[in-house]
Design a protein around this ligand. Structure first.
Ligand code: PEP
Ligand code: MN
Length: 263
């Protein structure tokens, strides 16, 4: 279902007024995690002003350690919904369990399936059944074929609104958190009709590499980006080191606007 032979024309996904997979390059941005109402509303206003078209923020966080901040849960979803009302930005947020799918789908415009759950087939099916657009991250050790098969699970439920997201894979290189596999972008574009976006925040793990890899993602033919932005990265409860400060995010958007139409 995901292949170009099945459907030759590119899939364009409409989320509110935003088209993903069309002619425009869509920037999604926001904090790794929703930490408080103030933090999220402030970040939402900032990213909107810079040109982001979708707001990100995790309410259910899949943390490597059980002792790390796990997210605000439903309270976080409510804050995301309030930010959408105030800014008009549609919201993408992660769902980490099958039981939470319906709850998250009540609030979110796009359901995010994280790298750690890329092969949680029950979760993929349940997300597919909501009929909502699904942002499917590449598993950290997944081949492109495995990733596309994960998309098949969602599409098999009759839901073709799948956005693929390259977020870096595990390699032997310790200077970055992951190795951002930008070659996946033209490969996916060649073999699939689905839109592909790039997450240079998780892909590199360091804010300094986010801007150059964003440019590279655009040059490689990605349909957009998802970027972590925090008003005060030093105080972030998750992924501070890879989060852009508002000013750096603004500069990144200015740069991108010179190269491509950002919706
Ligand atoms: C995230 O988007 O904050 C996240 C946890 O991403 P990933 O699943 O790619 O690690
Ligand atoms: Mn994160």
């Amino acid at each position: 279902l995901a292949s170009r032979t099945f459907r030759p024309e590119p899939t364009v996904i409409k989320v509110g007024d935003v088209l993903i997979g069309g002619d425009e390059f869509v920037v999604m941005a926001g904090p790794c995690a929703v930490e408080s109402r103030e933090q999220l509303l402030e970040t939402a206003e900032i990213v909107k002003k810079c040109g982001a078209k979708v707001l990100r923020g995790g309410a259910f966080k899949p943390r490597t350690s059980p002792y790390s901040f796990q997210g605000l849960g439903e309270e976080g979803l409510k804050i995301l919904a309030e930010a959408r009302e105030r800014t008009g930005l549609p919201v993408v947020t992660e769902v980490t369990s099958t039981e939470a799918v319906d709850k998250v789908a009540e609030y979110a415009d796009i359901l995010q399936i994280g790298a750690r759950n890329m092969q949680n087939f029950q979760l993929l099916r349940a997300a597919g059944r909501t009929g909502k657009p699904v942002l499917l991250k590449r598993g950290m050790s997944a081949t492109i074929e495995e990733w596309l098969n994960a998309a098949e699970y969602i599409m098999n439920e009759g839901n073709f609104q799948v956005i693929l997201c390259e977020r870096g894979i595990r390699t032997f290189e310790p200077m970055t958190r992951n190795t951002l596999d930008l070659s996946a972008v033209p490969i996916i574009k060649h073999i699939s009709h689905l839109p592909v976006i790039v997450d240079p925040s998780h892909g590199t793990g360091h804010w300094r590499w986010v801007t150059p890899m964003s440019r590279a993602a655009l040059a490689a033919g990605a349909d957009g980006l998802i970027i972590e932005v925090h008003p005060n990265p030093q105080e972030a409860m998750s992924d501070g080191p890879q989060s852009l400060k508002p000013e750096n995010f603004r500069l990144l958007c200015e740069e991108l606007k010179k190269i491509a139409p950002i919706v």
